[in-house]
Design a protein around this ligand. Structure first.
Ligand code: 7TS
Length: 414
């Protein structure tokens, strides 16, 4: 195996976009990986190859192209199963992304199992996609949504979970494995084991975790797990919902249409086998194949090496950020409990002004509420600036970020 150091130096060459300049001939410094990641040639080429050489609809015809397309599509299902350590490939459903995955569960599981008076528990640091579907469901059913609070370190307060579980009314506990704003890594083992003891199902939003660390669903022991391909070098418009088979078998279909049926008659329909019952219509074939190439790419580097690279970068960045005048960094300082996502604010300077000054240097960070307004309320701010790292980022890029933040401090006389 190549040493982690060598492979990380070579990685940038695989990403054509990283060679371009932006604004006034500034080299692009892309630090918005929590939003979406850049794509390597291997992923771009896989999509290109599918359209040039294998394009056909899947699961429908016996001619050569259709067989090839079906095989390429189904290979990705095996790659996903292997990547997140799932033994049964039939539990893996292709969806558009984390958002669709959670909505599928809220619709197809929630409408069958949640009733008046029940409680769905989520957390204060969720993305809107793990709040709004549950609000829609609980409002429709006369059920309630409750929140596990967050302490000032950005960690979940698990006493809150105990309190809700003790009511005996909780039907589902859902939480993100890594916060998209603070980078906090949730104590999934503790949450899942408490829920198991109480006989309550768990859904984990893995959108920020799966791209950045080894995730083992067999070990995690949850019931539902969701993530998005575009945050892990894959294309947009493709994501994964995994559901434990015993739970999947209790769920009604989400979308009705082609491919999800066995037989359709005028007044009744029977369903296709799992997972096809949940994949109605012509799926996103090209992007499923692209996701397969992304998984190959990440697997070759090794998820433990990726986590270590981000620990190194984040440790370095946190140290340097602590020296920037007037800058406040949110979240825990314990690197074992956080990923490569850093949110910060200058007192009294709007994050959009910060992002604009940084952007003039070619540095892309996101400013705003990051689709986490419940968390913004908890932090008592309207917005933050956020830098988020991935495999191709370097310490030199962190230095550029720090220099531009020092400029912001100068401009605003902090
Ligand atoms: N869950 C988490 C934790 C996320 O960070 C995101 C997207 C989603 C769900 C939704 O994923 P999608 O692929 O369905 O859109 N997070 C972000 C972000 O932090 N900035 O832009 C998108």
């Amino acid at each position: 195996m190549q040493s982690a150091q060598t492979s990380f130096e070579n990685i940038r060459k695989d990403f054509p976009i990283l060679a371009r300049t932006v604004r006034e001939n500034k080299t692009l410094v892309y630090l918005d990986n929590a939003s979406t990641t850049q794509k390597p040639n291997q992923v771009i080429d896989a999509i290109n190859d599918y359209y040039r050489n294998h394009n056909a609809n899947i699961h429908r015809a016996v001619y050569a192209l259709a067989e090839e397309a079906t095989e390429l599509y189904e290979q990705t299902r095996d790659k996903v199963a292997n990547f997140i350590n799932v033994k049964n490939r039939d539990e893996i459903i292709f969806v558009r992304g984390t958002t669709e995955a959670i909505n599928l569960v809220a619709y197809a599981w929630g409408r069958a199992h949640v009733k008046e008076g029940d409680i769905i528990v989520t957390t204060e640091y969720e993305h809107h996609s793990n709040i709004v579907p549950w609000q829609l469901l609980t409002q429709e059913k006369g059920a309630k949504i409750e929140y596990i609070g967050m302490d000032d370190n950005g960690e979940l307060i698990l006493d809150d979970l105990d309190k809700y579980l003790a009511t005996g009314k909780v039907k589902l506990v859902t939480f993100s494995l890594m916060s998209n704003v603070l980078g906090t890594i949730s104590d999934a083992d503790a949450i899942v084991s408490k829920c198991k003891e109480a006989g309550v199902l768990t859904l984990i939003d893995g959108a920020q975790a799966v791209p950045h660390m080894k995730v083992d669903l067999d070990k995690l022991g949850c019931d539902f797990f969701a993530f998005s391909g575009h945050k892990m070098l894959g294309p947009t418009g493709i994501g994964i919902l995994w559901v434990k088979k015993s739970v999947l078998e209790t769920m009604n279909p989400f979308h009705g249409g082609g491919d999800m049926i066995r037989e359709v008659h005028k007044y009744e329909t029977t369903w296709n086998d799992l997972p096809y019952k949940f994949e109605a219509g012509t799926p996103n074939i090209a992007d499923v194949i692209g996701l397969g190439a992304a998984i190959d790419y990440l697997s070759k580097i090794g998820m433990d090496n990726i986590r270590q690279h981000e620990i190194d970068l984040t440790t370095y960045a946190l140290e340097k950020l602590s020296l920037v005048k007037g800058l406040h960094v949110y979240g825990t300082k314990d690197i074992t409990k956080r990923g490569g996502v850093i949110s910060f604010n200058f007192a009294d300077v709007h994050p959009h002004d910060v992002a604009q000054i940084i952007d003039a240097e070619g540095i892309a960070v996101r400013s705003g509420h990051h689709c986490a307004q419940v968390l913004m309320e908890r932090l008592n701010v309207a917005a933050t600036s956020r830098a988020s790292f991935y495999i191709y980022n370097t310490k030199e890029e962190v230095d550029k970020l720090i220099n531009s933040l020092n400029k912001v401090a100068e401009v605003f006389k902090l």
